[in-house]
Every structure is written in structure tokens, then in C-alpha cells.
Design a protein around this ligand. Structure first.
Ligand code: FEO
Length: 171
């Protein structure tokens, strides 16, 4: 059984994951508007990933006999200066999410809830990937100064990204 403190904190994280999904869907709409369909696709896949993160936590809270309380999702930005600005925002946001996950791990250790600490390790690894992929695209964008033929090529590359559902060995 999940204790109350962890139930509350995991509920907060469910909301944070839905907020992330909302942010990336807004970025996808921004790119659609700029006719950058590859970037729009990449962000839409990112949105799907965030939904899957929220659902993984949703399922976990229920599995542990806790209660999910869905809260309002705060508004997100819809305008950015340029493509580089979008990915700087993305990287900064993922670094923030990493700190939220690390904080959750600390709380689960304080509460001696080993099952939650164990479940959160998946998120710890996922955040390494999340930061690396945002940082990788940001580096490429800086190299091509976010424009021209380089941007066109990168847009084509990002069109290839597809959503891969979480492989859960427990399910
Ligand atoms: Fe759910 Fe992008 O971390």
C-alpha cells in the first residue's frame, strides 16, 4: 500500500507528465504552422511519450492501492522565437523533469518504499535519454544556425521518428 505522502507526490508527477505532453503538443502545433512537418512529428511523438509516462505512473498508483486524483493542467506557451528557442526550452524542461524524478526517488528512499524506488529507476534512465535527445538536436540546430538547407535536412530526418510504446516486463 502506498503511503499518503508518496501518493500525493506521484499524483503531482502524473500532472507534470501531462503538462509536458501538453507543452510538446503545443510545440508540434507551432512547427506545423511553420511548415516544419518533421519537427512537428518529432514533437507529436514526444507528446505521446509523455502521455505514456503519465499512464505508467497512473497504473502504478492504482496497482499499489493508491488513488489517482487528476488535477487541471496549466496552460502552456504557444509561441517561441525560433527553432533553437524551442529546443533550448525543451532541454531546460527535461532538466527540470529530471530534478522532479530525482526528488521523487529521494522521497521514496526517505519513506523506505523500495517498490517505488525500484519503479522510479525506469524514469531515471528515461531522463538520461530525454536530455540526450533534446541536447543532440539542439547541438545540430546550433551548427546549422537553425536555418537554410541544414534545417530542411534535419526536418526530413525528424519525420522518421515513430512512437515506441513502453516495454513493461511486469505486464
Ligand atoms: Fe516524461 Fe520528458 O519526461
Amino acid at each position: 500500500m502506498l503511503n499518503q505522502r508518496l501518493e500525493k507526490e506521484l499524483n503531482k508527477q502524473i500532472n507534470a507528465e501531462f503538462w509536458s505532453a501538453y507543452l510538446y503538443l503545443s510545440m508540434s502545433a507551432f512547427f506545423e504552422n511553420k511548415n516544419l512537418s518533421g519537427f512537428a512529428n518529432w514533437m507529436k511523438v514526444q507528446y505521446q511519450e509523455e502521455i505514456s509516462h503519465a499512464l505508467k505512473l497512473f497504473d502504478y498508483v492504482n496497482e499499489r492501492g493508491g488513488r489517482v486524483f487528476l488535477q487541471p493542467i496549466a496552460a502552456v506557451d504557444s509561441e517561441w522565437k525560433d527553432v533553437i528557442d524551442v529546443f533550448e526550452t525543451t532541454l531546460k524542461h527535461e532538466q527540470h523533469v529530471t530534478s522532479l524524478i530525482n526528488n521523487l526517488v529521494n522521497i521514496s528512499i526517505e519513506e523506505k518504499d523500495h517498490a517505488t524506488t525500484n519503479m522510479l529507476q525506469w524514469f531515471v534512465s528515461e531522463q538520461v535519454e530525454e536530455e540526450a535527445s533534446a541536447s543532440d538536436i539542439l547541438d545540430q540546430l546550433k551548427l546549422i544556425e537553425g536555418k537554410g538547407a541544414g534545417l530542411f535536412m534535419l526536418d526530413r530526418e525528424l519525420k522518421q521518428r515513430v512512437f515506441v510504446p513502453i516495454q513493461d516486463p511486469d505486464k
